[in-house]
Design a protein around this ligand. Structure first.
Ligand SMILES: [Zn+2]
Length: 119
């Protein structure tokens, strides 16, 4: 993608119109991180406490809250893990589009252009 500063105002407006036109909010959005973990178990004589492989993978869905709090949800079924993966990706996609629109608006403001072209 060409740097915004070297893109014409018309092209910026066209890109923004395209982003807005193709933008879709999908219902499975989820703002969280999918984390894969290998863990030691509770049995101290298990091989995982020596050099053996740890157990897993276990999949956790982590959500962050203000003040550094975090909520962690263990996903138990492959279907949950699949859905979590897709919904986290869907959220990232929406965020990407919003960021692009935001950057275009920032550049338009910097140029002293109206954010919405007069028709
Ligand atoms: Zn173990």
């Amino acid at each position: 993608m060409q740097p915004l500063k070297r893109t014409s105002t018309l092209a910026l407006r066209q890109r923004k119109a395209h982003l807005l036109g193709t933008f879709q909010l999908c219902p499975e959005l989820l703002h969280a991180s999918l984390i894969e973990r290998f863990l030691k178990c509770g049995k101290t004589n298990c091989r995982c406490h020596r050099d053996g492989p740890k157990h897993g993978p276990f999949f956790y869905l982590n959500r962050c809250f203000p003040k550094g709090q975090m909520q962690s949800l263990l996903l138990k079924s492959p279907s949950q893990i699949d859905q979590a993966r897709q919904s986290v990706a869907a959220y990232a996609q929406v965020q990407l589009v919003l960021d692009q629109i935001s950057q275009i608006n920032h550049e338009l403001l910097r140029r002293g252009e109206p954010l919405v072209a007069a028709s």
